[in-house]
Design a protein around this ligand. Structure first.
Ligand code: C5P
Length: 218
């Protein structure tokens, strides 16, 4: 199979030296890329800024902003069998980017933010798409309800949900615990384990689902 995987955070510039971002380490996305390569698949890894070496055998596309990630995904998606959107894309970006460094003058300052484009939503709703679309839902509350809602709203084939409210699972951590939600309402829990192990299990699930979709089309 050919995988497109997004990973890491995005950076949304405020001025030439400042940006809005989040705590995503990219570890889960990179682990999925490694696991897919180990299983003999091809991988295009589209990554925001992280401190991990890209896997040697992946085609690596480095991006910074959500707009750059959006463009890279759009360029590569149609060549792939599965798009796994693991990146923590910023939901909002500054309405305007100051061309010069903003000076410290007033006691308070306001920043107007506008929505970024939702890459997962765009891919999920692509007409006649031939690839699987997998989304991630990092939640601090109502995990199941939020994940199922996202699966439906963004028209994904799978939603991988994880609880990021504790410090030993999810963002920045080496371990994770996820529940995979399927379109038909089924779910599969993968118990707490190193991200490499979780990634291996996920790749197996993607393979099986892709196989099922192919058989249906034949
Ligand atoms: O709605 P929420 O941001 O929680 O959805 C998370 C999922 O959507 C993740 O798979 C993430 O990669 C994707 N996403 C995206 N583009 C955005 C925001 C989220 O692809 N602008």
């Amino acid at each position: 199979m050919k995988f497109l995987i997004t990973a890491g955070p995005t950076r949304e510039p405020i001025d030439p030296v400042r940006y809005i971002s989040n705590r995503s380490s990219g570890k889960m996305g990179y682990a999925i890329a490694e696991a897919a390569l180990d299983a003999g698949h091809q991988v295009i890894l589209i990554s925001g800024p992280v401190n991990i070496e890209p896997p040697q055998n992946a085609k690596f596309v480095s991006v910074s902003t959500s707009d750059e990630m959006f463009d890279a995904v759009r360029r590569h998606a149609d060549k792939c069998d599965a798009c796994v959107l693991c990146a923590a894309v910023a939901d909002y970006k500054p309405a305007a980017v100051s061309p010069t460094k903003i000076k410290k003058r007033n006691e308070t300052i306001s920043l107007e933010l506008i929505r970024t484009r939702d890459i997962l939503d765009l891919l999920g709703h692509r007409q006649d798409r031939q690839f699987l679309v997998v989304g991630f839902a990092a939640e601090t509350n109502d995990l199941e309800q939020n994940a199922m809602q996202k699966l439906r709203d963004k028209n994904c084939d799978l939603m991988i949900a994880n609880d990021v409210s504790s410090t030993n699972s999810g963002m920045e951590s080496d371990a994770n615990e996820v529940t995979v939600f399927f379109k038909n309402g089924e779910r599969q829990k993968i118990s707490r384990a190193p991200k490499e192990i979780i990634a291996r299990e996920l790749v197996k699930i993607f393979q099986v689902l892709q196989q099922k979709c192919l058989t249906k089309k034949m």
